[in-house]
Design a binder for this molecule. Structure first.
Ligand code: PMV
Length: 299
């Protein structure tokens, strides 16, 4: 038998960076998945677009750690992913969650989703040194999630377009940018602390707009949140170019998503093709996506 599971990536509508200091944020699962197929075998093998290995903590650190966490059963694993790696979309969380769940089902281990999310977070922490539980939580459970309460908000039926700058992608980026913001905060606490608090307030207001499905107002708040992230020094020229291209093409709102310093932006829109074209013209790669209520699924 083969068990295949698919886990989603995530974007932030509001609150990245501020969430590190206990402020509110809204993270959303998006219909852009990593699929992991698991089959029992005579030994352990892991295949992905970077090649085929055995248990290999250099080449396949997340998948190897997931196999080890579940007692190193002899399984052959095949990974395919639509989520760009190291670009703020939670690719490492998705591959970890999908691997854990697929092995869990194939080997009849009986873990529930709460166990899967917890193990996935532990793996991210071990591999990365530090990681917030948001990515693994959202990838496991899906939906539009208020952080830190983890309350699920209504799902949004508006289109979203992800724009990838194809620059600055690196799994180390998040730690580096979190440190950079901490440094700025230390140098100018009286200036930076209020910005961080205001970002939290945007996330709170955003929650009301999500519940009202008021996309126009949500977009305005996202635009302002982007400006505040720029003020924290995590935006780049390439990200700004894609953000403004999306807004000029009529998006309700557009902002960088995740740690910044390159990576991806996201636009909320009812005309995804038009916005995607504008992003491509401005030098990015566009992915038309949607919000999803579903976390990891057996497919
Ligand atoms: O770029 P990502 O998807 O790893 O998001 C980082 C979000 C931060 O708020 C900057 C850090 C965090 O752990 O919450």
């Amino acid at each position: 038998m083969i068990t295949t599971c698919a886990a989603p990536g995530k974007i932030y509508l509001f609150g990245e960076h501020a969430v590190v200091y206990g402020e509110h944020a809204i993270a959303c699962a998006v219909e852009l998945r990593t699929r992991v197929a698991v089959k029992r075998s005579n030994d352990i093998s892991i295949s992905s677009n970077i090649g085929t290995t055995g248990l290999d903590f250099q080449m396949h650190p997340y998948v190897s750690s997931a196999i080890q966490k579940l007692g190193s059963p002899d399984v052959s694993i095949e990974i395919t992913s639509r989520i760009p790696v190291g670009s703020g979309l939670g690719s490492s969380a998705a591959v970890t969650v999908a691997t854990l769940e697929a092995i869990n089902i194939e080997c009849g281990l009986g873990y529930d989703k709460t166990n899967i999310a917890k193990m996935a977070h532990e793996i991210e922490q071990t591999v990365q040194g530090a990681a917030s539980p948001t990515d693994t939580f959202v990838s496991t459970f899906g939906g539009v999630v208020e952080i830190p309460s983890r309350k699920k908000l209504d799902i949004l039926d508006c289109g979203i377009v992800i724009g990838n700058t194809n620059k600055g992608a690196s799994p180390k980026k998040t730690a580096q940018l979190v440190k950079q913001v901490a440094q700025l905060k230390k140098e100018y606490p009286d200036l930076i602390d209020p910005i961080i608090k205001i970002i939290g307030s945007f996330a709170r207001h955003g929650e009301t707009m999500v519940m009202q499905k008021n996309y126009r107002e949500l977009g305005k708040l996202m635009n302002a949140n982007h400006g505040l992230l720029d003020a924290l020094g995590v935006c780049t020229m390439e990200l700004s170019a894609l953000v403004y291209a999306a807004r000029n093409a009529g998006a309700y709102g557009a902002k960088l998503t995740g740690a910044g310093g390159g990576g991806c932006m996201v636009a909320l829109t009812d005309s995804p093709e038009k916005v995607a074209n504008a992003i491509e013209k401005a030098g990015g790669s566009a992915i038309i996506s949607s919000f999803t209520p579903d976390g990891v699924l057996q497919v």
